[in-house]
Design a protein around this ligand. Structure first.
Ligand code: KG4
Ligand code: ZN
Length: 353
């Protein structure tokens, strides 16, 4: 099958075509228009600007993706789009475009949950069987889940306040680093001393697998207020100290989840980390050690597939269509769409995709 995937739930206008023809699964075309320039003056994503930018760029992004793949619409077997959760104006642009292509070409339409797309991406590039333990760390989410299969998730923990990517973005702003914050903090931390600032490790050692990042963010604000103006070394030291605190916090909570996962799913072999924050090298290294301690293998998609992209949506669409799952053209875009509908509602579990 050749599947076109469309991603418009936040600030990336993205499309890709993936295939499972001729043996292995592969990406045939992959194109992203990142809207950083449009949002940078505001220091964060402005929903209305994002929706309009998706409208302006999506047709061109799809055309370039088809060109890169050397295919026309007639070669497709299905069209998938992120249908939630996310900024609803942007989600509607992607969903409407995908439905239009599906209708005109008589193709199945697959409404993809953005979180499921992050959750399954690793299976596009690596042989990772179900079940696996998933740490999903993005701009809007911080969750630990057992992935039992396509559409089958058990949540073990979530953030009770900020998402981890949000903590990176807000802390970067406090330190005077650029937008988006995650890559800027990681770059600054390379030359910093992670021991210099004594920052908290929220929830460390507590029962359960929930996360909290608001206290860490406050500690960064207090430390940032003490920095001598123009002292770049101090900024690098604070960035490194913050990154170390996040990595150790994630490792602690994930360690608890790994013990639960081993008890519940003894046949499971992998810890998978997904979402934009999974592209952070220091966090990957900390989680590799956690995985090893619990007899698991760490599997992380390559960085370009960790941050939002079309290939993850196309792949989730392909996995669903292979199981005979597709959606009607009356499927409505959803601002909220939890992966585990049975899990207790988490009031502050992050708002964007
Ligand atoms: O998955 P994603 O692209 O979008 C959402 O679904 O939210 O994740 C974006 C988040 C942003 O908060 C960004 O700062 C963070 O991922 N991020 C990083 C890195 N690259 C992106 N955080 C830490 N280190 C990075 N290298
Ligand atoms: Zn995402």
């Amino acid at each position: 099958m050749n599947i076109l995937g469309i991603e418009t739930s936040c600030d990336e206008t993205a499309a890709a075509i993936v295939t499972d023809r001729a043996g292995g699964s592969r990406i045939l075309g992959h194109c992203i228009h990142a809207q950083f320039a449009e949002h940078r003056p505001y220091g964060g994503v402005v929903p209305e600007i994002a929706a309009r930018a998706h409208l302006d760029h999506l047709d061109g992004v799809i055309r370039r993706t088809l060109g890169e793949a050397g295919l026309d619409l007639g070669a497709l077997d299905g069209v998938a789009a992120t249908a939630g959760p996310g900024l609803i104006g942007g989600v509607m642009v992607g969903v409407t475009t995908a439905k239009a292509i599906a209708l005109v070409r008589g193709l199945p339409f697959i409404a993809v949950n953005h979180l499921e797309a992050h959750a399954l991406t690793v299976r596009l590039t690596e042989d990772v069987p179900f079940p696996y333990l998933l740490l999903l760390i993005s701009g809007g989410h911080c969750q630990l889940l057992i992935v039992e299969g396509v559409g089958r998730y058990r949540r073990l923990g979530t953030t009770i306040d900020d998402a981890v990517g949000e903590a990176f973005d807000k802390s970067a702003k406090l330190m005077g680093l650029g937008y988006p914050g995650g890559p800027a903090v990681e770059a600054a931390a390379l030359t910093g001393d992670p021991q210099r600032f004594d920052l908290p490790r929220p929830m460390r050692g507590r029962a359960g697998c929930d996360f909290s990042f608001s206290g860490l963010k406050t500690a960064v604000r207090l430390a940032a207020d003490t920095l001598p103006p123009g002292d770049q070394q101090a900024v690098a030291d604070l960035a490194a100290s913050f990154q170390r605190a996040v990595a150790e916090t994630l490792a602690d909570r994930t360690g608890r989840a790994a013990a639960l996962f081993r008890a519940r799913c003894p046949e499971g072999r992998h810890l998978v980390v997904a979402g934009g924050v999974a592209s952070n090298g220091a966090i990957r290294a900390a989680l590799a050690a956690t995985a090893a301690r619990h007899g698991l293998t760490l599997a992380v998609p390559p960085p370009k597939l960790c941050t939002d992209n079309g290939a993850m949506v196309a792949w989730a669409g392909l996995e669903r269509l292979r199981l005979g799952l597709s959606d009607g053209l009356d499927f409505a875009a959803r601002p909220r769409w939890p992966l585990d509908a049975e899990a207790p509602k988490a009031a502050f579990a992050g708002v964007k995709a």
